[in-house]
Design a binder for this molecule. Structure first.
Ligand code: UGA
Length: 429
């Protein structure tokens, strides 16, 4: 969706194909089917000026120079990758290639395990089109590195572009990208498999970095005088480490890290290679969310019958996505302790309501959520929560207990103001 609007915004003719007619209808009316900053504005402009068209008709891509596969690659029950949507998309494009004159480059942007372009997509395209790779069509692996919540910015200004495939096809796609992004952009040209692996290595490394700082946070928290914020600052200034992705918290979630780490670990098993560091990153992350409940219990005692407010439900700020969000295991655990759970998120309320229905109290505002609460857990670091002063908690809560799971508050200010305060990675003073 974001790739499509960014190309269309720059004046390219884009046709989007999706089998979901409800989604197609929304987009035709310039309504984004999910929340993402700037997406609405881009969508309105490109739908209205006719550069972006959408349809459920899969042969609609036949006239284009490039056909992007951007479908989801969810986890199968055993954690391995499910390639059903990739196979379906490749078959649909292959069929449309059959009648097409001239050359089309198929660009595989979805995250897929090594070997998928060569051993899954290429044979399907060849079989369905009756053509051979390099004659009539090309195929490139071109993984996507955009972040939810920053997707438009990342699409327009990627750190680098990775293209895997045969030399001629890489050149065709590179030419297009040079026109789009400018001549000075870093373009890495490589094999299909290296491009596919780069994406997993990238996400695994970032997830590992977060799990690492969360492990250090847990050490800090049990150390008198410890504070992970200072330790993260200290190591982040070492250029070899870097300061990004060292924000300790309740763990990583979303539609990418959890499924991608599981998929690459499962791939490792199939080729008999141990993925010890990836397994460890997953295991640290599995335990991290429930730290919030332990901290709440430490400050508030038995939570049975108590009102616990959770601020932040999306897996990160600036999105309404709750897939694998840490709020979910926290809510589940609180419900088993028989706490009364009140929740609020600026964007994700409809999604969380669809999941928990009448099990929770859905607040209209952050203030409404903490009102008369015995304890408040910060689970996502939305800007509007950062602005909440200690006095707001003191005046509105039954007992001002705050568990800062995302390190958004200054501990000293909160403690001195009289908040009963605890934060991830903060040891006793
Ligand atoms: C991630 C990658 O950052 C993108 O490069 C990649 O394209 C994308 O996955 C994907 O595979 O499609 P995303 O899942 O949108 O992007 O979000 P991130 O900003 O990476 O955050 C992931 C999780 O890590 C969030 O739950 C976030 O709260 C957590 N996180 C991140 C931390 O807990 N601490 C940090 O310092 C950074």
């Amino acid at each position: 969706m974001v790739t499509a609007v960014c190309f269309a915004k720059r004046g390219y003719e884009v046709v989007g194909v999706d089998p979901d007619s409800r989604r197609i209808e929304l987009i035709r009316n310039a309504k984004a089917p999910f929340f993402e900053p700037s997406l609405d504005v881009y969508l309105k402009e490109t739908v209205e000026n006719g550069r972006l068209k959408v349809t459920s008709d899969s042969v609609a891509n036949a006239g284009s120079d490039f056909a992007y596969i951007t479908v989801g690659t969810p986890s199968a029950d055993d954690g391995s990758i499910d390639l059903t949507y990739i196979r379906n998309a490749a078959a649909a494009i292959g069929k449309s290639l059959r009648k097409r004159e001239g050359y089309q480059v198929i660009v595989l942007k979805s995250t897929v395990i090594p070997g998928t372009a060569r051993n899954v997509v290429k044979p399907i395209l060849e079989e369905q089109s009756g053509k051979e790779l390099g004659r009539g069509f090309g195929l490139c692996s071109n993984p996507e590195f955009l972040r939810e919540g920053n997707a438009v910015y990342d699409s327009e200004s990627p750190d680098r572009i990775v293209i895997g495939g045969q030399v001629d096809d890489i050149e065709r796609l590179e030419m297009f990208y040079r026109e789009f992004y400018g001549q000075s952009h870093h373009v890495i040209k490589t094999t299909y498999e290296n491009a596919e692996l780069t994406k997993y290595a990238n996400n695994s490394f970032l997830a590992m970095k977060v799990s690492f700082i969360n492990m250090i946070a847990n050490l800090c928290q049990k150390t008198t005088g410890g504070d992970v914020e200072d330790v993260a600052k200290g190591i982040g200034l070492d250029k070899r480490i870097g300061s990004l992705f060292l924000m300790a918290g309740l763990g990583w979630g979303g539609s990418c890290f959890p499924k991608d780490l599981k998929a690459i670990a499962a791939y490792g098993k199939t080729i008999n290679v141990k993925t010890t560091l990836i397994d460890a990153a997953i295991s640290v992350n599995d335990e991290q969310p429930l730290k919030a409940v332990e901290m709440a219990e430490k400050l508030s005692g038995d939570l049975r019958g108590k009102r616990v407010a959770i601020l932040g439900l999306a897996f990160k700020p600036n999105t309404d996505d709750i897939r694998e969000a840490v709020s979910i295991p926290i809510i589940r655990k609180l419900l088993t302790t028989k706490a009364k759970v009140a929740v609020y998120d600026p964007a994700a309320m409809p999604n969380i309501r669809a999941l928990f229905r009448d099990e929770l109290q859905y607040a209209e505002t952050a203030m409404d959520c903490i009102n008369r609460a015995d304890c408040c857990i910060i689970a996502t670091e939305w800007d509007e929560f950062k602005k909440m002063l200690p006095s707001i908690f003191i005046q509105n809560m039954k007992r001002p207990v705050v568990v800062d799971g995302r390190r958004i508050y200054d501990p000293l200010t909160f403690i001195e103001a009289g908040v009963i305060f605890s934060a991830i990675g903060l040891g006793e003073t």
